[in-house]
Design a binder for this molecule. Structure first.
Ligand code: CP
Length: 343
């Protein structure tokens, strides 16, 4: 099976392929799935990190189209796996991820994998060593269910939600991707994936954060590199400026490259915990949204209420987070229908 059958990143998907996939998801949402499309197919889902939305949507996406699914959580209901290559496995892990993927792909027609950021080095995470190894070892298509610096299934649902609200053509639509406070330094997978997806659609993306939580230049440069000729990516530290006239406020917490976990990538270190707490007023509130042009509010969920976003926004008229999460199902169905069902 060639790598073109994998679904690893929207960075690999040309704009017309992405547009087709979104149209397929919209059609499946409107008409319902074909319950026999994937009859006889076997899907194996491997979660190395917890999940509510991804697991549910992927399982329902497969079963509602006739496939059979086995979901495994190594360390909980399957053997704990080792991720490093070339190590002496005399610790807790009973099985190497390489062997697990080889075996699962021997039995299944599609393997979905959720890994996580190594958080030792941004350069290493950008190389996606675990996901790349999985794709290399699998003899069947691999779907990225979140990796070190990507979450394309989430972004598909984000894009579908924006199309439903703002029209199919998202080119030059202003969207503000705002950093939000969080007790923990979270990885940048959703952030980087959203940036890629919005860039692919030619949106005008304003990325805003306190200076110490600026996204790495490499992620901005990568996204600019896939703009289709329309759209832009601009970087801000003044939130009102970035929100002015925006149609979408997408909130996400992420850690800084200036402190651990990415210690060593930057010369200047900061106390990340103290900096995150000092920026608590970056919580998205009704007042925040007033700077935009009647913006919709999006977040991938799970979300920390009254830290990342206020109850008022999350439960209010601007919020589309439940619709967004529901679209995880329709977009996951489209991905499986395309890979396994030839749709
Ligand atoms: N947004 C998202 O991927 O949610 P889960 O972690 O619950 O799957």
């Amino acid at each position: 099976m060639s790598s073109v059958d994998n679904f690893l990143s929207l960075a690999d998907a040309p704009g017309d392929t992405l547009a087709d996939l979104l149209r397929l998801a919209a059609r499946i949402k409107a008409e319902g799935p074909d319950p026999a499309l994937l009859a006889g197919k076997q899907v194996s889902l491997l979660f190395l990190n917890p999940s509510l939305r991804t697991r549910t949507s992927m399982e329902f996406a497969a079963t509602s189209q006739g496939a059979h699914v086995v979901t495994l959580a190594p360390g909980a209901d399957a053997w704990r796996v080792e991720l490093e290559s070339g190590v002496v496995m005399d610790g807790d892990a009973a099985e190497h991820l390489t062997d697990a993927v080889r075996v699962l792909s021997e039995m299944a027609d599609l393997v979905g994998v959720r890994t996580f950021a190594g958080m030792r080095s941004l350069a290493e995470d950008r190389d996606e060593p675990v996901l790349t190894a999985i794709a290399a070892e699998s003899s069947v298509p691999v779907v990225n269910m979140e990796s070190a610096l990507d979450h394309p299934l989430q972004t598909l649902a984000d894009l579908l939600t924006m199309q439903e609200e703002l029209g199919e053509d998202l080119s030059s639509v202003p969207v503000t991707l705002t950093w939000a406070p969080h007790p923990k330094p979270l990885p940048m997978a959703v952030t980087a994936a959203f940036l890629r997806g919005a860039a692919r659609m030619g949106m005008d993306v304003r990325v805003v954060s306190p200076p110490e939580f600026a996204l790495p230049d490499a992620l901005i440069t990568d996204a600019r590199g896939i703009l289709p000729g329309t759209g832009s990516i601009s970087v801000h530290h003044d939130r009102n400026e970035a929100l002015s006239g925006t149609r979408v406020v997408y909130a996400k917490a992420w850690g800084s490259v200036q402190h651990a976990p990415y210690e060593g990538d930057a010369g200047e270190q900061i106390d990340g915990q103290a900096a995150r707490m000092a920026a608590r007023d970056w919580c998205v509130t009704d007042e925040t949204l007033q700077c935009g042009d009647e913006p919709i509010f999006l977040h991938c969920l799970p979300v920390r209420r009254n830290v990342v976003v206020s109850d008022g926004v999350l439960d209010g008229a601007h919020s589309r987070v439940v619709q967004e999460a529901g679209n995880r199902l329709h977009t996951a169905r489209a991905v499986m229908a395309r890979i396994l069902g030839g749709a």
